[in-house]
Design a protein around this ligand. Structure first.
Ligand code: UD1
Length: 417
């Protein structure tokens, strides 16, 4: 299993480009199941999760080709409408095959994804909403079995905001009969990207990016071509990497507007950040303050940047109270940061971080999930001596060539096979 070795103490500087968004690419790749023929996607990040999606699409009878950052899917009617456990357990987002298969072919068998390190992460909201669209849903032997003649448009309200749930229903409703109105929809930029692709395929969706989305179902969709938007979480992580080392780093080819919540918290902490439409630059800083952060669905502070922001706060002057409201168990990085010498008290959903500027010391640590692994790499950048991050495969699920990007900015980082 690969590990990442980081020698702390280098000030990062220079320019780095963001890759395409994993969380946009995955649902859009699954949406291709809605239309037979060849779909072409550009700016697709080369990630383990994208490979897992390709594997599942191939299992469903599609042909895929991934060259550079261009991903082609040739969709034909699957022989079996099944997403098996072995493929789904590798990647929870596989549940996004359910909506398209049901809408297009009228039946699907998708393994239940089960829990994961950051919480139980149920899919009850996806299933309830599909039932409201008229699908017959049964759970048996660890699988979801879905059946319908044709889904029927309806008005539905998500009890709480769910990104994946909104995506599954958007895809399902695109081919349903009549109008679907989704209230309390997720407003993430990735939802807008998916809706844009569905509309390119011929869907009639309006309101994506707001909490009410209207979908007028159509009979048929056709394949199309799309550029995946920049990964806001990767871009934010790279900005924090520059900030935590006190360096001047520009993140290019990104969408700073998607990161308003992070940028505003970093400014409140004392960083100077300049933005253009497509880039953001953090200026060198030697002193920043602890600020409080509460994660929330978009446009709130992203839960996917909570761990990385915590690393930054370990180097602040003063205390920061970090509250996690999206997932119930997303503080596993606290213990690992503590191994490096951070002073953090975790409560149930709140972590109190007392800044210990310049006091982290390298140690072996363990990545417990995707974003936690990024936070440990960030802490390693400023810890004295060597930090070895174990179980780095988590990082490979969601960051394209992270160590190369950081090395190009001046970090001393390498992968140990
Ligand atoms: C997506 C992102 C993930 C991000 C998360 C929140 C992808 C591939 N993943 O995950 O990186 O951290 O959004 O921004 O895009 N919930 C239920 N029942 C459901 C569905 C969700 O209780 O049926 C709960 C979850 O357990 C969680 C909360 O709702 O506590 C939000 O989850 P959701 O927005 O669905 O996250 P994902 O789509 O899984």
């Amino acid at each position: 299993m690969d590990k990442m070795r980081v020698r702390g103490g280098k000030t990062l500087s220079g320019k780095v480009s963001a890759s395409g968004a994993k969380n946009s690419a995955l649902p859009i790749l699954f949406s291709s199941l809605l239309a037979e023929g060849e779909h072409v996607f550009h700016n697709v990040p080369r990630l383990v999760d994208v490979n897992s999606t390709a594997q599942l699409l191939e299992h469903l009878g599609c042909q895929t080709e991934f060259k550079g950052n261009t991903f082609r899917v040739n969709v034909s009617r699957p022989k079996e409408m099944e997403a098996p456990y072995d493929l789904v357990r590798k990647m929870r987002a596989s549940i996004l095959a359910l909506g398209p298969l049901l809408a297009k072919y009228g039946h699907a068998k998708v393994s239940l994804p089960g829990g994961c390190a950051i919480g139980t992460r149920p899919i009850d909201l996806h299933l309830e909403a599909l039932k409201e669209l008229g699908a017959e849903i049964n759970l048996d032997s660890g699988y979801v079995f879905g059946k319908t003649k044709r889904l029927k448009g309806t008005s539905l309200i998500f009890e709480s905001v769910t990104v994946g749930g909104t995506e599954n229903i958007l895809m399902a409703a695109a081919l349903a009969e009549g109008r679907t109105i989704i209230e309390n929809a997720a407003k993430e930029p990735e939802i807008v990207d998916l809706a844009n692709y569905l509309n390119k395929m011929g869907a009639k969706i309006s309101g994506a990016g707001s909490s009410i989305i209207t979908v007028d179902g159509v009979e048929k969709l056709k394949p199309a071509e799309q550029d995946i938007i920049a990964d806001r979480i990767e871009a934010g992580t790279l900005l924090i990497a520059g900030a935590i080392t006190g360096g001047q780093v520009t993140v290019d080819k990104c969408r700073p507007h998607d990161l308003d919540a992070l940028i505003s918290k970093m400014r409140e902490s004392g960083f100077k950040i300049e933005t253009t439409e497509t880039s953001m630059t953090v200026q060198p800083a030697s002193n920043w303050c602890g600020v409080d952060v509460t994660t929330a669905p978009h446009p709130g502070f992203p839960t996917d940047l909570q761990a990385q922001f915590m690393s930054l706060m370990t180097q602040a002057t003063g205390t920061s109270v970090i509250t996690e409201t999206v997932f119930e168990n997303r503080f596993m990085h606290v213990q690992e940061l503590s191994r490096l010498g951070a002073d953090i008290t975790p409560k149930t959903r709140v972590a109190i971080v007392r800044g210990t500027r310049g006091k982290l010391k390298g140690a072996p640590v363990m990545a417990t999930d995707l974003r936690a692994s990024a936070c440990l790499v960030l802490a390693g950048l400023i810890a004295e001596g060597e930090t070895v991050v174990n179980r780095i495969y988590h990082l490979d699920r969601g960051y394209e060539g992270m160590e190369n990007k950081l090395r190009a900015l001046g970090a001393e980082i390498d992968r140990i096979a």
